[in-house]
Write a protein of this length. Structure first.
Length: 306
């Protein structure tokens, strides 16, 4: 079975597979199946998916591609995210876990992942008891969280210790809040994997042609996206990417055949977007501020124009 030491450098994200919130009746299932199978067959062995996106069609396509790839189950790390939009009560968690494992034809998931919003909704004590039961009976190997503030990450880590596998966060070249709040540092220092969604901001970063990225891409003879992915992995992060374009997948996989010089790594570390005004964060979606998971989506509106 996989652990932190034998995961691929980048993982498979599934938002946009099969549709977005709802299943897309015009979705090109065949194209996405082919792309997903290519990812599995080319060593991408970390997968994050949930039953809410695309009305479950996202998980269906991902599971079918996994079966088509013939990669052994123990060679893939499956993270299942449970969302507040579909789990109304604690029993719904059990139903979603059953549906997910049935689709992947397995009797366990490697990590069951929750945001602090759904944990609050379902009840902390009830959910902790359920997760400890799952850990005990082998239905899950680990627990993971996503979009957590620092205080709750500490609390969950104290609860589960080395069974807290990962914290999935939004982080990229332009958005650094999770690091500035000390969240990614706490995870790193305590053996919790920093999994990064929107590492390329859905390809909205490279078209801006930031001079630093342009310079480094020319220096290393790589694309700007490859520079970003290499930097993130150099930090010990695991970025997850979604693409149904084989050439883009190949580009992502070719991001790690070079090493950034320390001085260039430090220049990226020190980079901040001029004019970006970090907003107040609404951690629990109470309506006061910007939800932490939406920073990459609203970033362009938060940059002060000259």
């Amino acid at each position: 079975m996989l652990n932190r030491n034998n995961l691929s450098k980048i993982g498979i994200g599934t938002w946009g597979i099969g549709g977005l919130v709802n299943k897309d009746p015009n979705n090109d299932d065949k194209k996405q199946l082919t792309a997903l199978q290519f990812m599995f067959e080319n060593g991408m062995n970390f997968v994050e998916a949930g039953m809410w996106p695309a009305d479950g069609h996202s998980v269906f396509l991902t599971s079918q591609a996994f079966k088509n790839s013939k990669v052994p189950r123990e060679k893939v790390f499956l993270t299942q995210t449970v969302y507040q939009f579909t789990a109304e009560n604690i029993s719904d968690v059990d139903k979603e876990l059953q549906s997910y494992t049935k689709l992947f034809d397995t009797d366990y998931v490697d990590a069951l992942q929750f945001s602090i919003i759904i944990i609050k909704k379902l009840g902390y004590e009830k959910l902790v008891d359920l997760l400890k039961k799952y850990l005990s009976d082998g239905r899950i190997r680990y627990v993971s969280v996503t979009n957590s503030d620092l205080s709750f990450l500490r609390k969950f880590h104290q609860e589960f210790g080395n069974k807290l596998f990962a914290h999935e966060v939004g982080y990229n070249f332009e958005i650094r809040e999770n690091e500035e709040f000390g969240i990614t540092g706490y995870a790193r220092d305590n053996g919790i994997l920093n999994v990064v969604f929107q590492p390329l901001r859905r390809n909205r970063t490279a078209p801006k042609n930031y001079p630093l990225l342009v310079e480094l891409a020319q220096k290393y003879k790589k694309t700007q996206n490859q520079i970003i992915l290499n930097w993130l992995v150099s930090k010990g992060f695991l970025p997850i990417t979604k693409s149904d374009n084989i050439s883009h997948i190949k580009e992502h996989l070719a991001s790690f055949d070079f090493s950034l010089e320390q001085k260039d790594f430090e220049r990226i570390e020190g980079f901040r977007v001029q004019g970006y005004q970090s907003p107040k964060i609404d951690w629990y979606r109470d309506g006061d501020g910007t939800p932490i998971d939406q920073l990459s989506n609203v970033f362009d509106n938060l940059v002060k124009k000259d």
